[in-house]
Write a protein of this length. Structure first.
Length: 77
C-alpha cells in the first residue's frame, strides 16, 4: 500500500527583501530550517523568493519571524 502526501498544501511562498548574496540565503535558510516541522527551504537572493515546505501546514507567522530574526523582511507571496 502506498500513500501520497499533498505537499502543495504544505508549501508556502514568500517574498524577501534585503537579500543580496549567498550569505543572505544561508542566514535565512538556517533560521527557517529551525522551525519545527519544516522539511525543505529554498531561497534565492536573485529572485527574492522563499519557498518553505513542512510536514503539515506552514506556520507563516513563524516563517516571517524567522526571516526577521535573520535580519530581513518578508511578506507572504
Amino acid at each position: 500500500m502506498s500513500t501520497t502526501t499533498d505537499t502543495a498544501a504544505n508549501r508556502a511562498e514568500f517574498t524577501v527583501t534585503g537579500m543580496t548574496c549567498g550569505h543572505c540565503e544561508g542566514a535565512i535558510t538556517r533560521e527557517v530550517s529551525g522551525i519545527p516541522g519544516v522539511t525543505d527551504v529554498e531561497v534565492s537572493a536573485q529572485t527574492g523568493r522563499l519557498s518553505v515546505t513542512a510536514q503539515g501546514p506552514v506556520d507563516a507567522a513563524a516563517v516571517l519571524a524567522a526571516v526577521d530574526e535573520a535580519g530581513y523582511s518578508a511578506t507572504a507571496a
